[in-house]
Design a protein around this ligand. Structure first.
Ligand SMILES: Nc1ncnc2c1ncn2[C@@H]1O[C@H](COP(=O)(O)OP(=O)(O)OP(=O)(O)O)[C@@H](O)[C@H]1O
Ligand code: NI
Length: 264
């Protein structure tokens, strides 16, 4: 569905009086998202995860330089044409919500953009908010009256309300308690099971692993490997990169204790 080939992103900055240099941020990343799957992109803060999302949605800052190829459903990707219709984004920042408009109304707008007739927009918005555990009281609030986690769930309602084929969710569980986080990831899983493609970005491998089909590991702008979620078991012998193995072994659920492994 989505194919990224050798995608590189850098940022122009002045270097002396006349020259400009490009500081690399994403280096030759190739990956694909298939219909029906959840692909998790995992990496530490600053690894380039959000840049990947911004590139796919055509939302990179003006000083960004992009190289490589992006294709969507077999054709060169034109983000401006597809954004919000065929490709939806759950942004990392809750500042994407309009501060002057009540949350429920913003979800209704999304229903309008999805092509629903006026009479159906409010019930659709109510249902979308309820899916993420938000009721009428939250719907009436302005963004600044919502908690961070509530605002994130409102953005999830907005992004998932349409019929987008591909959903890109950038840190969709940040600020959520385990119950709401599980609900969010469960819904993303259900969208994939219904045939959509889901690219979920997170710094938290253990949170997304149970719902992911494949996991792409980013480090300092470079892809370390893309592995099936089933490779994250045992001591990570099935993982190709030492970085992915170290990430896995650091999790309690790996059951790996370095102290036990070394004879001392
Ligand atoms: N507008 C910009 N100008 C210059 N550099 C930028 C810009 N936006 C991002 N970067 C750089 O690109 C790199 C990757 O940023 P990105 O936001 O993709 O990280 P991330 O993996 O999403 O991190 P986090 O988990 O903290 O959200 C960082 O080194 C960042 O400083
Ligand atoms: Ni980010």
């Amino acid at each position: 569905m989505l194919e990224l080939s050798r995608l590189s992103i850098g940022f122009r900055r002045p270097a002396g009086l006349w020259r400009r240099e490009v500081v690399p941020a994403l280096r030759g990343v190739s990956l694909d998202v298939r219909a029906g799957e959840v692909l998790a992109v995992i990496g530490a803060s600053g690894a380039g995860k959000s840049l990947l999302a911004q590139a796919v949605l055509g939302l990179l800052p003006a000083n960004a330089v992009l190289a490589g190829a992006m294709r969507f459903q077999g054709a060169p990707l034109d983000p401006a044409m597809l954004r919000g219709r065929r490709i939806a984004l759950v942004p990392q920042s809750i500042a994407w919500l309009d501060p002057l408009v009540r949350a429920g109304r913003q979800v209704e707008w999304a229903a309008g953009r999805a092509g629903l007739p006026a009479a159906l927009r409010q019930p659709a918005a109510t249902a979308a908010l309820a899916r993420f555990n938000l009721g009428a009281a939250a719907s009436r609030r302005f963004p600044h009256q919502l908690s961070g986690g509530m605002a994130r769930r409102a953005m999830l309602a907005i992004a998932t309300l349409g019929q987008a084929d591909l959903l890109v969710a950038d840190e969709p569980t940040n600020g959520l308690d385990p119950e709401n986080a599980a609900r969010v990831l469960g819904h993303l899983r259900a969208l994939a099971d219904a045939g959509r493609g889901v690219l979920v970005i997170s710094h938290d491998l253990s949170a997304v692993l149970p719902q992911a089909d494949r996991v792409a590991i980013l480090r300092d702008g470079a892809l370390q490997e893309t592995a099936p979620a089933t490779a994250f078991r045992g001591r990570g012998e099935a993982l190709a990169s030492s970085y992915a193995r170290a990430l896995w072994q650091a999790l309690p659920e790996s059951g790996f204790h370095p102290a036990e492994a070394s004879p001392c």
